[in-house]
Design a protein around this ligand. Structure first.
Ligand code: NDP
Length: 269
């Protein structure tokens, strides 16, 4: 039986084993998918040992996506841009990697009818996931991006990487009120997942037709309610993105495109 795993720390809460088991069932193939906790100090050794033990593909989650990028020998062009990898596999003796987070988010946007082209977007957060999704967002030609982050310098650093003639870019901290009309808000902060409070700027949601929160756990609910109460017309959590990025990994490993809508229906019962 083919074996796959998600590697992270902590990893016990991961939905990936359930999602990939559903994909395998709906595609009528047999596979095992495990959750493996790794340590930073011997991350590379642990990964190589898993492949030696017969694993055919690995997903990489917090906090190892940058490390996975560093140890990969063959990197997709997107992962070269994001400098983070969430999907590993072997070709011959080479360790290959790709980043499916951004494409997964864009597939979920498409499924939900959320438009990016010529839109003004606010991205909350400037960490790993913000870096991972930004190239895919820019590919769809927004007119304006404002990156807001608790640590302003990180927002500045991320925004300085965007250099496109038709995209207006700005950054600020979380205290500065929003002074532009917004078409959509994307929350990439980990405050919810970490069960921490997040201070948000005035007017953030007042003109926003939609809000997308990458967080998909129970703790996403308070952010989502705030967005709705303060003016956002619709709010989406990150469960769809999670399924879509997993589907892209599954396709890389098996060549089979899983039915994401059907898989979400099965998981939700
Ligand atoms: P990182 O640790 O790389 O970045 C965290 C970001 O959140 C930073 O910008 C940080 O700001 C900000 N932040 C953390 N705590 C607070 C707080 N209390 N108040 C304000 N800002 C805060 O994490 P990732 O980017 O990798 O992940 C972020 C979230 O995205 C997680 O919840 C994760 O679960 C989710 N995610 C969901 C996916 C999906 O498929 N749905 C895929 C990938 C991620 P600062 O710079 O100031 O520290």
């Amino acid at each position: 039986m083919k074996k796959y795993a998600v590697v992270g720390n902590p990893v016990g809460h991961s939905l990936s084993p359930s999602i990939h088991s559903i994909f395998a069932k709906t595609a009528s193939i047999d596979l095992e998918y495990h959750a493996v906790e790794a340590q930073k100090d011997n991350f590379e050794t642990s990964i190589l040992r898993l492949f030696d033990d017969g694993y055919e593909g690995l997903n990489i989650t917090l906090p190892f996506k940058e490390l996975a990028y560093e140890i990969s020998q063959v990197r997709s062009s997107l992962s070269l841009e994001t400098q983070s990898i969430n999907t590993l596999w072997k070709e011959g003796n080479s360790l290959c990697g790709d980043s499916t987070d951004g494409k997964g988010l864009m597939n979920d946007f498409r499924a939900k009818g959320l438009e990016i082209k010529n839109k003004k977007l606010v991205i909350i957060g400037a960490g790993g996931s913000a870096k991972a999704i930004l190239p895919c967002i820019l590919d769809l030609c927004p007119s304006e991006i404002r990156i807001i982050n608790r640590t302003k310098d990180k927002a500045k650093a991320l925004s300085s990487k965007i250099n496109l003639p038709n995209v207006s870019v700005s950054y600020s901290d979380l205290e500065t009120p929003i002074d532009i009309e917004i078409d959509g808000v994307i929350n990439t902060s980990s405050a919810g997942t970490l069960n921490e409070k997040i201070f948000l700027p005035k007017n953030l949601f007042s003109s926003s037709p939609w809000t997308y929160n990458l967080n998909y756990s129970e703790s996403a609910k308070s952010f989502n309610s705030k967005a709705l109460n303060e003016g956002s017309k619709t709010v989406h959590d990150g469960l769809g993105m999670l399924f879509h990025q997993a589907a892209l990994s599954f396709e890389i490993w098996t060549g089979i495109k899983p039915d994401v809508d059907e898989a979400i229906r099965i998981l939700r019962g």
